[in-house]
Write a protein of this length. Sequence first.
Length: 319
Amino acid sequence: MEVTTRVTGSATDQLRVLYRFMAERDFVAAKDELIANGFSDSRIKNWVRSGRLITIVRSVYSYGRDVRDLNAVWRAGLLAAGPGSALTGRSACESLDIVKAKPGLPRVVEVGSPTGQARQFKGLSPALRNTVVKVVRRGFESGDLQISNGLVIARAAVALTDFAANASAREVRFAFLEACRLKHFGEPDLQYCYAHLAHRRGARKLRPFLRLWVPELGRTKSVYEGWFLLVWIERGYPIPKVNAKVFGVEVDIYCPERRFALELDGHAFHSDPAQKAIDRAKQQHLESRGLEVERLPYRVFERKPAGEVDRIAREMGYC
């Protein structure tokens, strides 16, 4: 291990250097990197005994207090797994915000490592006593990884495939649509999936959504819009415009050749009285210019997606 210039000076001076070092790393660091950056083994042991450094995973420390946020826990998992490691599966998806993190700190941190065997590390601090770092052997290829919030994670295409292995079809659909909406998944990722991920465990669950991918998924502003578009495409209807400007206002789904506008009303947003008034004014504005406008609440669509899509298509004259 190559060591930089040894950190010297009084105990207070060394503590100031330690603080600055840890502040750049979510206040989490491994013993090896502390030593490599000039802190002596004896000084590290003293800080652990005094409580200045708290052991959160084997040979991984938090500065001053136990970990409190996701990024710090994910960093600890990467450090425990060793050099070349990357977050993958649910952990990577949560880091990309394409899967909603559960309240509190995670029970599992999923990490891929190019070396060693599959292994687990239990959390050692009070905050991580119910957390396990699960490391799987993974030989990452060029283009498999990216940086997110200062952490090395699997790119969305890889993370989605690993996530899909143990997720329900509903969870996979949500994550895929969020990845599209947040611009984490586009045509290059689609081609990457077909070229690299065919034999991964989660590929089977992800494949149906890959077949339906269209660029318009990147224009959606909600999972509901993306889900409607997936069903619409699956039913074989012409691809509509998504969140297009029509007579000065934005329309969720627009078919110009049919002069038909469809507004997809999510319950949380469109149930607000003020928003309902805005929706009515918008609809009147479009209808006054000769457009047919329909609203489709989420609670209606989710009961029978294909049936609602076919009904809308019949009203538009597609079938």
